[in-house]
Design a protein around this ligand. Structure first.
Ligand SMILES: Cc1cc2nc3c(=O)[nH]c(=O)nc-3n(C[C@H](O)[C@H](O)[C@H](O)COP(=O)(O)OP(=O)(O)OC[C@H]3O[C@@H](n4cnc5c(N)ncnc54)[C@H](O)[C@@H]3O)c2cc1C
Length: 502
């Protein structure tokens, strides 16, 4: 039997700019593309409900794209090592190629797989997801960065990025006989109770959807991104995060197409927007850099003092936050957008996260877990950075004592209440001034707007001014305190939250 190359697809669900696939094409042997569903190997970060929905649809799209190249995606479920071993025997493969993942569990698993095949077949991994490998960027002492600005300057000093892989291959050699494959439905990635209706109407997973959204972004939104990115009520951001996470687009492809725009556009505002956007892609790099160098930060604070933080694990508060029933409209709008669409605007992610950890004093890990289950772009590195940053215990974090005021944020970034009205239609009769804090209204104003606080919209579960003082006092308690027992961890709320039991 002729030898073959196995290409193991993971979070690189595309044909274009795919270094592992490209290397297999260059080898010239028949190619066996495989996807292995092995959630147990992902430990406590198994894909959540929204991620599984996305994955199902992205795989469907990849299957069709491969078919168009006369190729067939082989789907299997179980231990990655066992399946690769079986496949290698079945296909007489002499090479196994994949693109790297950077989560701690994946690094460890891939290392074991490489070790196990050593001397038997060629095993090669590639960078398809990041602009730079996490180990390529370091400070003058050779240490990892903990401050973004220095990280960003180092990236810029590296000069031009290599271009995305240009490839217009129509097809590639196929095996004489395709190995068995499970039907995609067997993976049972779609929910049993269909909660995904609005998610379905919001997103088109797969390469075609990714290209469409990139085009919309490049043809308009990007030129004002520096301004519009902060306003959740308008379509002012790229919304490419799930496509980037699942690898339907590479960060490199986006980086170059956005950068080319700056070269071709002399408008200084556009140039600023392009730079701001590239910086956001660099925040993603920074997040991966941090998780790679500090692999325990998915669960533990980077700043040790926060191990002693006196969190107050009140499960009724956590539930109210998850359901978007805190009585603070901007927070509730964000949480309902998340539930309905599997995505939330970055400004609102910061507001709801700050409200959870600072106003409600609930451990950031509980918020991170809810996001993990409900986001279609749930990404261990970005989610960890976002939560630790907001809680004040991560790299380059906002100081803990700087506490977001959700009302000021709401008035500043959703001045006309458009975003709140979209997700909280029960408040839509309120004027632009009233909508941010309905509990301040008198009886007549509430009646006029057909709102009964506590009935069709909740009264606030906490008072922000009081909550702020409590949070500051809690921070005072740990400020100078290092190295004591891990009280913070013990305070975690023991609830098994997932999309199924909202
Ligand atoms: C508490 C919290 C949790 C978060 N969890 C996630 C997560 O699980 N997955 C995720 O992809 N992003 C996460 N983010 C970062 C950010 O909110 C999203 O990347 C962004 O909202 C996605 O929308 P977009 O594609 O329109 O972003 P754009 O503004 O268009 O930015 C372009 C891309 O840059 C990257 N990016 C932007 N901001 C950040 C950031 N702050 N950190 C890291 N990368 C960034 C993303 O890949 C994004 O798609 C989180 C932020 C916070 C505050």
């Amino acid at each position: 039997m002729e030898t073959a190359s196995i290409v193991w697809f993971r979070q690189d669900l595309r044909i274009q700019d795919n270094p592992a696939l490209h290397a297999a094409i260059r080898r010239g042997r028949p190619i066996i593309p495989v996807y292995i569903w092995s959630p147990a190997e992902e430990g406590e970060w198994q894909p959540g409900g929204a991620s599984k929905w996305w994955l199902h649809n992205a795989l469907l799209s990849l299957e069709n794209e491969l078919k168009a190249k006369q190729s067939q995606l082989i789907i299997r479920a179980g231990s990655a090592l066992e399946i690769l071993t079986q496949l290698r025997q079945e296909t007489n493969a002499d090479a196994i190629l994949w693109n790297r993942r950077y989560e701690p569990f994946a690094i460890e698993r891939d290392r074991k797989i490489k070790e196990s095949f050593k001397g038997k077949v060629t095993v090669e991994s590639f960078n398809s997801s990041l602009l730079f490998e996490p180990w390529e960027i370091h400070n003058k002492e050779g240490k990892p960065f903990k401050v973004f600005t220095a990280f960003w300057k180092t990236i810029l000093a590296k000069g031009d990025l290599r271009p995305a892989i240009a490839s217009d291959v129509k097809t590639w050699p196929q095996p004489e006989q395709c190995p068995d494959s499970l039907p995609l439905a067997k993976l049972q990635l779609l929910p049993k109770i269909d909660w995904a209706k609005t998610i379905r109407s919001t997103w088109q997973p797969g390469r075609a959807g990714a290209e469409k959204r990139l085009e919309i972004f490049l043809n308009g939104i990007v030129s004002n991104y520096a301004t519009t990115r902060d306003y959740p009520g308008i379509d002012g951001v790229s919304k490419l995060s799930p496509y980037i996470h699942w690898g339907e687009l590479s960060a490199r492809e986006i980086w170059h197409s956005v950068k080319d725009l700056r070269l071709n556009n002399k408008n200084p505002h556009c140039a600023k927007s392009v730079e701001t956007y590239l910086k956001e892609l660099a925040w993603r790099e920074f997040a991966h850099h941090l998780l790679y160098h500090f692999p325990k930060t998915d669960c533990e604070p980077l700043d040790d003092r926060f191990r002693q933080f006196p969190w107050q694990a009140k499960s009724s508060y956590l539930k109210a936050w998850q359901k978007g029933e805190t009585g603070i409209p901007i927070v509730d709008a964000g949480m309902r957008e998340l539930w309905a669409t599997g995505w939330m605007h970055n400004r609102v992610r910061m507001i709801v996260a700050s409200f959870l950890v600072k106003d409600l004093l609930i451990p950031w890990n509980d918020g991170a877990r809810w996001f993990w289950d409900t986001l279609v772009d749930a990404d261990l590195a970005n989610n960890t950075l976002g939560w630790q940053w907001t809680a004040g215990c991560g790299a380059d974090a906002a100081p803990y004592f700087r506490i977001f005021n959700p009302l000021l944020q709401s008035k500043k970034f959703d001045p006309d209440g458009d975003y709140i009205r979209t997700w909280l239609p029960e408040l839509s009769n309120l004027s632009n001034d009233e909508i941010h804090e309905p509990w301040q209204l008198d009886k007549q104003a509430l009646q006029r707007a057909k709102i009964v606080l506590g009935k069709n919209y909740p009264a606030p579960i906490v008072d922000h001014a009081e909550a702020r003082l409590k949070a500051l006092a809690a921070f005072d308690a740990i400020k100078e305190d290092r190295g004591k027992e891990d009280k913070g961890k013990a305070a975690r709320i023991e609830t098994s939250v997932h999309r199924g039991n909202k």
